[in-house]
Write a protein that binds this ligand. Structure first.
Ligand code: CMP
Length: 142
């Protein structure tokens, strides 16, 4: 299965790009697409459309457009999409760093719920929606 992970502006600014990629690689994932880019407001709103109207939405858009992000498609062989997404979310940790397990990326590095270092698609549907925002098919290795 393949899925999308985004290193957010705080992760890039704090020099955690290599560490975060390494954590996925150590768990058996390989990188199939990778770039560094800065989101404009329109793209950020599209990415987080599901959160539009929530009280944290404006701050979320402000923050995620504030600096470069590193989106990537990672792949792990021989497991299904559901299981793969559960594994990614285990590596990433809970959205709220107070609830994220020690040893997960957010448990180890996130400073608060807004600055939580990484975003990962949380379902097959969100992955199908989010991946094309960053990569077209030709940019993702087989
Ligand atoms: P992420 O996994 O990128 O998905 C939505 C983001 O909104 C989330 O991580 C947080 O960074 C941010 N956010 C800020 N406040 C909240 C909140 N109260 N509940 C959920 N997400 C929040």
């Amino acid at each position: 299965m393949k899925t999308l992970v985004i290193i957010k502006p705080d992760g890039v600014e704090r020099g955690l790009v290599g560490e975060i990629i390494s954590r996925f690689e150590k768990c058996g994932f390989s990188v199939k697409a990778l770039k560094i880019t800065q989101l404009n407001r329109e793209t950020a709103k599209k990415l987080y459309a599901v959160h539009e109207g929530k009280k944290f939405f404006d701050d979320l858009i402000e923050y995620v457009t504030s600096g470069p992000v590193v989106p990537m498609v990672i792949e792990i062989k021989d497991i299904g999409i559901g299981e793969g997404i559960r594994l990614v979310r285990k590596i990433v940790g809970a959205t709220n760093p107070m609830e994220a397990e020690m040893g997960s990326i957010r448990g180890d590095y996130a400073s608060d719920i807004s600055h939580n270092v990484v975003h990962a698609s949380d379902s097959e549907e969100s992955n199908l929606y989010e991946t094309p925002i960053f990569f077209n098919k030709e940019e993702i290795l087989d």
